[in-house]
Design a protein around this ligand. Structure first.
Ligand code: APR
Ligand code: PHB
Length: 392
């Protein structure tokens, strides 16, 4: 039987970053990942890093390429009513965000892990957790057709929303809170110049749209779509046409369509599991909660969970104190709920809700109007967008 101190399930950003932080603290860890490394890196996900997330990557020793290639954004643009208006993140909060693709970040973490000689079992199938309430936990799985066992002190469930860590628990062990949305996002990745230097979030009667970027030559754009929409019915030409129709004229004119490198539809969902601890299992990242992508908080919440968890495990092994582990769930959830609140409110502010009536639409317009006329309201948006403080 293999043995480690912390078994990490999932090699997404949460699992990889936790592994790096634990290694820095001298804590042995093994990662079990369902897919291959290439499959993990092929997933296109948001990449907007709050300052705290970027600093955590520095702390883990993997921030070099992010600092060299990441784009510093000091503001975001809101497009509505035929105009584009700026929210000055830097001026309102003294902070900016860093645009750096999530798959690039995972690649850096994977390379670093390999260079340090740490164990990651990719294509680990049928993972199951045993003895969560006992001093020694065992993870069973299959690798290359062989049954394997990994004994450990703790398990970090970083296996995303569809993972096994939460799914293996009895339904009575936790409570989940959920809100679905009656639309999805159709996203396109393409090599063309971003239509503005900053991200453009658009509210329009035809639906929400977003022009994001991965670099100065690659865009990631989204439009709100119906949940019943099929990718086959969205040719590139139709996508760009629809996107332009939802943007203000200045942004629309600057947008140069290009062939899609990737195209996908994702539903939007708010979801929280409580608690995030079950005996020796701790959930972190999407395994414990989801936010709609509107405020780009998913990755940042994964980072803040992992920061709390790494500190708690370090306290356990180094100082022989379990205070941090006892506090983990409550501490992480407090920040999770604030990000849930923000992601939900930004989604509500910018999307078209099919069940909304004329009154709701007027309220949405009044919300935007108020936002652009009030420095206080802009500060609320900006301080949430750049990231709320992390507690010690
Ligand atoms: N066994 C092992 N690994 C698994 C299993 C399983 N049964 N099920 C899922 N996984 C792996 C997935 O293949 C994936 O690589 O767990 C990983 C989870 O990664 P993510 O879904 O990326 O979740 P997380 O690391 O929490 O990242 C936070 O923030 O921007 C959001 O959703 C976005 O990925 C992002 C997330
Ligand atoms: C993205 O770049 O994919 C992205 C950026 C900002 C968001 C959501 C997604 O709010």
């Amino acid at each position: 039987m293999q043995r480690t101190q912390v078994a990490i399930i999932g090699a997404g950003p949460a699992g990889l970053l936790l592994g790096a932080l634990l290694h820095k603290a001298g804590i042995a860890n093994t990662i079990l990942e369902l897919h291959s490394g290439e499959q993990v890196l092929a997933r296109v996900r948001a990449g907007i890093l709050e300052r705290g997330s970027a600093e955590l990557l520095d702390e883990a020793g993997v921030g070099r390429r992010m600092r060299a290639e990441g784009l510093i954004h000091e503001g975001i643009q809101l497009s509505f009513g035929g105009q584009r208006q700026r929210i000055d993140l830097q001026g309102l909060t003294g902070q900016s965000v860093l645009v750096y693709g999530q798959n690039e970040l995972c690649r850096d973490l994977m390379d670093d892990r390999k260079a340090a000689g740490l164990t990651t079992h990719y294509e680990a199938r049928h993972v199951s957790l045993h003895g969560l309430g006992e001093p020694r936990v065992v993870v069973r799985y299959q690798h290359l057709g062989q049954a394997r066992e990994l004994a450990c002190d703790y398990i970090a469930g970083c296996d995303g929303f569809h993972g096994v860590s939460r799914a293996g628990l009895p339904a009575s062990a936790y409570h989940s809170y959920e809100r679905g949305y009656p639309f999805g996002w159709l996203g396109v990745l393409a090599d063309t110049r971003p239509p503005a230097d900053e991200l453009v979030y658009a509210q329009h009667e035809r639906g929400f749209a977003l022009c994001s970027m991965r670099s100065r030559t690659r865009v990631r754009c989204y439009i709100q779509c119906s949940l019943s929409d099929r990718l086959e019915s969205w040719s590139d030409a139709r996508f760009w046409r629809e996107l332009k129709s939802r943007l203000d004229p200045v942004t629309a004119a600057a947008l140069e369509p290009a062939p899609s490198l990737e195209k996908s539809i994702a539903p939007l969902r708010s979801y929280v599991t409580e608690p995030l601890r079950f005996g020796r299992l701790f959930l972190a990242g999407d395994a414990g909660h989801l936010v709609p992508p509107t405020g780009a908080k998913g990755l940042n919440l994964a980072a803040s969970d992992v920061r709390y968890l790494a500190r708690a495990l370090t306290e356990h092994y180094r100082d022989r104190s379990d205070a941090g582990l006892a506090r983990y769930s409550e501490q992480a959830l407090r920040r999770v709920w604030r990000a849930e609140r923000f992601s939900w409110s930004l989604t509500r502010l910018l999307h078209n809700f099919p069940d909304h009536n004329g009154f709701d639409q007027r309220i949405q317009q009044a919300d935007l109007d108020y936002l652009m006329s009030s420095r206080a309201a802009q500060t609320v948006l900006a301080e949430n967008y750049v990231g709320l403080p992390l507690t010690e």
